[in-house]
Design a protein around this ligand. Structure first.
Ligand SMILES: Cc1cc2nc3c(=O)[nH]c(=O)nc-3n(C[C@H](O)[C@H](O)[C@H](O)COP(=O)(O)OP(=O)(O)OC[C@H]3O[C@@H](n4cnc5c(N)ncnc54)[C@H](O)[C@@H]3O)c2cc1C
Length: 472
């Protein structure tokens, strides 16, 4: 441990006490690797502030001793952004003790939650007030408001409600000079120049520490309908989405699933059953919701799907007849990654291209990858309506252990080149962290990289906020 880090930890201990300054290696150890277990870091201490004032103290100490901080929420991020460097040169800043919901206002349609509030807790608090926070994802039992904001997370409701960028009304954060930015007023209109709130959203902890967030709420769901369809191609799936959107405003989930992924789920995930009779090259999972208890949303979706079938857009459809069946349909979608892991080695790419181009991209890119790397299986599933697909490449059945490490980089570069040529993004919703930094440096236009570096340098000239992440 460096002398500077030792002095910082001593000072923090004196000022903030043992509740905040954790040096027991056994307590720190579980938080030193990323969620996928691929990146391992080290840290001489874990600081766990319980208030904004304590974060201010910590940031000022970090600036004084020039010891960097790595903010961490639930540590569920997919780009290893919350994993400290392996040389132990940075200190882990756990935000999980800042877990108070400061207010929920149905009238203002805003909840103010501290950075360490877990998403599922926020859902419950909104529900109690007859409202809803309309963003959800698989890690909802662990991921935090600070992490969701810092990664501009998406999830399955983006189609209707957008990513965190649309759902954050304001941010409170401690900036690298120890000053507090207070943006929690929730003003609908505020044109005082650059938006610091928007700059902090998606900054992955490189520009400051988010301590609390004002989050937009919508009325609670009174009814939902979930359907599964079978169809011939991704182009038909997009046609179906546009057909539905032209006739209802209630669609909020629209997921694309290839037969190949469904087969893996049925093979590996206990208790799953095919939702339709017969096989279809592609499938969609559709969720429609309504805040109006009088509105028969199931009947509306059923009528629309029957019309889509009559027009030859879909080949078959099943509407969940109860909540258990609706959950069973979602399980088929949510367990694809788990089923892939059970099958063998998989390379995951979270990519986006313009929505209208996604069907052609999916078909072309899969064919090109399979041709360039004989034996692999490439396919995509996910948020078609957002132009965001999880494009996964599975190892050939004969692949030796180590395929991921040996071939991974070459295949990822190949995929990222295709995405870039299509005008897309190599990170649709998971961020850059440390895992995609080299690819960002390789593929981003020089102007973008220059701007990222200039903003970082302006706000964090000492480089104390999450070094080695996001900014190439
Ligand atoms: C099963 C599963 C499903 C997922 N599904 C989705 C999905 O559908 N869509 C999607 O977008 N993402 C998804 N994710 C990843 C998603 O990014 C994270 O779940 C979530 O946004 C990260 O929250 P966290 O609290 O765990 O943050 P962490 O992993 O702890 O941190 C993530 C980044 O934010 C920074 N950070 C954390 N807290 C703060 C703070 N208070 N101030 C400043 N910086 C901070 C960290 O330094 C790091 O760079 C999924 C993850 C899992 C495990």
């Amino acid at each position: 441990m460096s002398d500077a880090a030792t002095r910082l930890i001593e000072q923090a201990g004196r000022k903030l006490g043992p509740k905040v300054v954790i040096t027991d290696p056994n307590e720190i150890e579980p938080w030193l690797s990323d969620w996928r277990g691929r990146v391992h870091g080290a840290s001489p201490a874990m600081l766990a502030p319980g208030s904004t004032e304590e974060v201010v103290e910590i940031v000022k100490l970090a600036a004084e001793y020039r010891v960097p901080l790595v903010p961490q929420g639930g540590n569920t991020g997919m780009a290893a952004g919350a994993t400290p460097p392996a040389d132990g040169s940075a200190i882990l800043l756990s935000m999980r003790r800042m877990n108070r919901i400061r207010s929920v206002s149905a009238d203002n349609r805003v909840a103010i939650a501290e950075a360490g509030v877990v998403l599922a807790t926020l859902h419950d608090a909104a529900q109690e007030a007859g409202m809803r926070f309309p963003l959800t994802l698989g890690a909802r039992g662990s991921c935090t408001v600070g992490g969701l904001t810092s990664t501009n997370a998406g999830g399955t409701q983006v189609l209707k409600f957008g990513t965190m960028r649309s759902l954050v009304a304001g941010v409170e954060a401690v900036l690298p000079d120890g000053s507090v930015h207070s943006g929690l007023g929730g003003l609908k209109k505020d044109n005082r120049g650059y938006s610091l709130d928007q700059l902090l959203i998606g900054a992955e902890g490189t520009l400051g520490v988010i301590t609390a967030v004002a989050l937009r709420l919508v009325p609670a769901i009174a009814g939902r309908a979930v359907a599964w369809t079978g169809l011939g191609s991704p182009a038909k799936a997009l046609e179906l989405l546009r057909f539905l959107e032209a006739r209802t405003t209630h669609i909020e989930g629209f997921e694309l699933v290839p037969q190949d992924s469904l087969d893996l789920v049925l093979k590996h995930v206990p208790g799953t059953r095919p939702p339709l009779e017969g096989r279809h090259a592609w499938h969609t999972l559709i969720e429609a919701t309504t805040p109006d208890a009088e509105h028969d949303i199931a009947a509306e979706l059923e009528t629309l799907l029957a019309a889509a079938m009559e027009r030859g857009i879909i080949d078959d459809a099943a509407l969940a007849s109860n909540e258990a069946q609706a959950e069973a349909f979602w399980k088929l979608r949510d367990t694809i990654s788990e089923a892939e892991r059970a099958e063998g080695q998989t390379l995951a790419h979270d990519i986006s291209v313009p929505v209208a181009d996604m069907p052609a991209f999916l078909t072309d890119a899969a064919a090109k990858v399979e041709q360039a790397f004989p034996g692999v299986i490439a396919s995509g599933f996910g948020h078609l309506g957002d132009g965001n697909i999880h494009f996964h490449v599975r190892a050939a059945s004969h692949a030796a252990p180590g395929w991921y490490e040996n071939e991974g980089e070459r295949i990822t570069e190949f995929v990222d080149d295709l995405v870039t040529a299509a005008g897309g993004s190599i990170s649709a919703e998971h961020g850059i962290g440390q895992l995609k930094r080299a690819e960002l440096a390789r593929l981003a236009p020089p102007g973008r990289i220059h701007a990222l570096r200039a903003i970082k340098q302006a706000l964090d000239p000492l480089g104390i906020m999450n070094p080695g992440k996001l900014v190439p």
